[in-house]
Design a protein around this ligand. Structure first.
Ligand code: ZN
Ligand code: ZN
Length: 351
């Protein structure tokens, strides 16, 4: 374990497409209003793979990792809300605070939004220095890998806010990867019923059921659509979530929605994909299609919900910093329910 007086720290930096290196970087002391965190668990997400693959715009080089839970090591001048030893989760965005969107309370749509692990150095490192106001204290007994789920959970909460469901009605979730699985847990906690999931992978259908879905169907089975619809008395779903991101799924979601249905586009489709939508159908069936991007003002709420959602039903896999390439590969193939980089070792991440 490095000490505060260590001159350098290990970090995972992406220098360009396919070029990920574990490097020694200078250790920076926290300035005024900042904290230095030792990241204990850092979630690997699809975005990391897209950055490394070159399809997601990012700074070069940049330290990867935006789903961060760690322990405060040092606090800078003027920080009185946090102390060394605190377990924290990082809300990984920086906004200009001055553009029209920022002034409208829509900072996540900011012209100059910068994400940690994307434009700013992220958490796959032995030491991350961030403004104290974006480090949120967690209950000290929180397993760090659960703490690292605060960021994707905050995105899911924003998605649910956009979907704005009323309790007691059915929801259909496409995709039971980590985000879809958290959506299922959130849908349950909001009283939606039945919660129906479509995913072609048996292991992910199993995860969906563990997370509380009433049914998990294989969309490649031609009978799955009718089977899902039967669970809504043939009306279709008032709420549909695309937690995968594809033109094809949006078309399917529209087909499965009930009259007056609301469809959430939550997964990240390729930028060039186009879906066929009939405006007459949107009109006549009074459909609403809404997007949700990142986690505006929901990180605080995610911290509050974290202990209630039993996210330990996910099965994690951990990799040390040096094995980041294997971690990215494991994420890409979905080797575990959720993959983490553990800069201070597996025991410190799992605890
Ligand atoms: Zn992510
Ligand atoms: Zn702005």
């Amino acid at each position: 374990m490095p000490l505060t007086d260590a001159r350098t720290i290990a970090a995972v930096r992406c220098h360009g497409p396919g070029d990920v290196r574990v490097e020694q970087l200078p250790a920076r002391a926290p300035g005024a209003g900042e904290v230095a965190i030792e990241p204990l668990a850092v979630g690997v997400c699809g975005t990391d793979g897209h950055i490394v693959g070159g399809s997601f715009p990012a700074a070069r080089p940049v330290v990867l990792g935006h789903e961060v839970c760690g322990r405060v090591r040092e606090v800078g001048p003027g920080v009185d809300r946090l102390a060394p030893g605190d377990l924290v989760t990082v809300e990984p965005h920086d906004y200009c605070t001055a553009c029209a969107y920022c002034r409208l309370g829509q900072e996540h749509l900011c012209d100059a939004k910068r994400g940690y692990g994307v434009r700013l150095d992220g958490g796959m490192t032995e030491r991350m220095v961030v403004p104290a106001r974006i480090a949120y204290r967690l209950p000290p007994d929180t397993p760090p890998w659960i703490g690292a789920l605060t960021e994707p959970l905050a995105c899911c909460i924003h998605g649910m806010d956009q979907l704005a469901p009323r309790s007691g009605l059915p929801v259909l979730v496409y995709g039971a990867g980590p985000a879809g699985a958290m959506m299922v847990a959130l849908a349950r906690s909001r009283g939606l019923a039945p919660v129906v999931v479509m995913d072609p992978r048996p292991d992910r259908r199993d995860l969906a059921l563990r997370m509380g879905a009433d049914a998990a169907l294989d969309p490649t089975d031609p009978a799955s659509g009718a089977a899902a619809r039967d669970m809504t008395d043939g009306l279709g779903f008032p709420y549909v979530v695309d937690a995968v991101g594809s033109a094809h799924l949006l078309e399917s979601a529209i087909g499965m929605a009930s009259r007056g249905g609301r469809i959430l586009v939550f997964g990240v489709a390729r930028p060039d994909e186009e879906a066929r939508v009939r405006p007459n159908e949107v009109f006549a069936r009074e459909l609403t299609i809404v997007g949700a991007v990142i986690n505006p003002y929901t990180h605080h709420r995610a911290v509050g919900m974290l202990p209630t959602l039993r996210l330990d039903r996910l099965r994690p896999a951990f990799f040390p910093l040096e094995k980041v390439s294997q971690a990215l590969e494991a994420q890409a193939v979905g080797q575990a329910d959720k993959v983490f980089v553990a800069p201070y070792g597996v025991d410190a991440a799992r605890r």
